[in-house]
Design a protein around this ligand. Structure first.
Ligand code: SF4
Ligand code: SF4
Length: 342
């Protein structure tokens, strides 16, 4: 049921399609030559694609909005600590990623494809071989460098103004795993029925990138790898330490499950203290927001002003402010509530 992403470098030269536990689809999906702006969004709906970088946003809507963009950016910067599934996919499934990227570029009419990746010289030299037709843009290996806004800031030299979407600047940013899913559908006719993800239990030294079927209970994933999970002592964080959330054994693998990280509860329980007005959260926010001021407004119910709404709309819940707070104030939880006020 679970398959390891190939990590044997020579295998790339003789790429073997991964076996699938699912029946072959009844209809053949169109080939690359058939991709056009009219039918491509419906094709994405048909294969069931949503943003697999974690957004879960319907891919068809993003493509429709991006028709006319000049540049497609393959987002492989993934910057959540401990997750390496995007770079593993880029290294080991280049044919599917390229099929997906070329299809998206053709559909929107983009003339340039940029591969945005972490600044790892060893990986970059491999990417130059695997993706010879694309420009490679290195990004710092620092959270949250992979956020769309920060990618655009680096590529265009200026921070996108509040409320401006990438397509309004001529860019479509697509996650590497989403593009792999598109390529898999085009090349093999397999819709979105599986999810590459990082599975790790740091206390035991276990670390793997795997492909799991969608809908598989997390209990089955942990059992398949004999991970000694104890609900009293551990918690399971899905989709990242910064932007993810806690899940249970009966929850299932979803399209947005980037990772499953099993953590020791005892190491996470830091006692919250009062705000000491140090300003660290303001300095750390990649968008220059004032997180604690937002949190105070949310707690006091002062959420109607245009200034609050503008800042809250910009916040993409990256969690950096929470992570750096010396008083261990869970700012992110209150900011999540603030999003509900919009
Ligand atoms: S979660 Fe915090 S650091 Fe991240 S964008 Fe929002 S306010 Fe800024
Ligand atoms: S980092 Fe924490 S203690 Fe410092 S200003 Fe922000 S919320 Fe207050």
């Amino acid at each position: 049921m679970l398959r390891h992403i190939k990590t044997n470098w020579p295998d790339l030269l003789h790429f073997q399609p991964l076996e699938t536990p699912f029946p072959a689809p009844e209809r053949i999906f169109p080939g690359l030559e058939e991709i056009d702006p009219e039918t491509f969004p419906a094709f994405l709906d048909e294969i069931g694609l949503v943003g697999m970088g974690g957004s879960g946003f319907p891919a068809s809507e993003k493509i429709r909005a991006s028709i006319g963009a000049h540049t497609l950016v393959i987002n492989g910067v993934e910057c959540e600590p401990g997750i390496t599934v995007d770079q593993t996919i880029l290294l080991h499934h280049p044919l599917w990623v390229q099929a997906g990227a070329n299809a998206c570029a053709k559909a929107i009419g983009a003339t340039q494809v940029v591969l945005a990746v972490k600044n790892n010289p060893d990986h970059i030299s491999r990417f130059r071989v695997l993706y010879p037709e694309y420009d490679i843009a290195p990004f710092p290996d620092r959270y949250p460098a992979g956020a769309e806004k920060l990618i655009l800031k680096k590529l265009t030299g200026k921070m996108p103004p509040p409320g401006v979407r990438p397509y309004q600047m001529g860019y479509l940013v697509q996650n590497a795993v989403s593009l792999r899913a598109i390529g898999r559908a085009i090349v093999d006719g397999i819709p979105v029925v599986e999810r590459p993800l990082t599975l790790t239990m740091p206390s035991t030294g276990f670390y793997k990138n795997i492909i799991a079927p969608l809908g598989l209970p997390i209990r089955d994933v942990l059992e398949a790898f004999n991970l000694p999970f104890d609900p009293e002592a551990h918690l399971i964080s899905a989709s990242g330490l910064m932007m993810g959330n806690e899940v249970g054994l009966d929850d299932c693998i979803e399209k947005t499950t980037l990772s499953l990280i099993i953590l020791e509860r005892s190491k996470l329980e830091e006692k919250e203290r009062g705000c000491i007005r140090c300003g660290t959260c303001n300095t750390a926010c990649p968008l220059g927001l004032h997180p604690y001021a937002l949190v105070e407004r949310i707690k006091k119910g002062r959420t109607k002003s245009p200034a609050f709404k503008a800042q809250m709309t910009e916040c993409f819940l990256c969690g950096v402010c929470s992570a750096v707070c010396p008083s261990h104030i869970p700012l992110i939880r209150t900011l999540e509530e603030g999003k509900q006020c919009l």
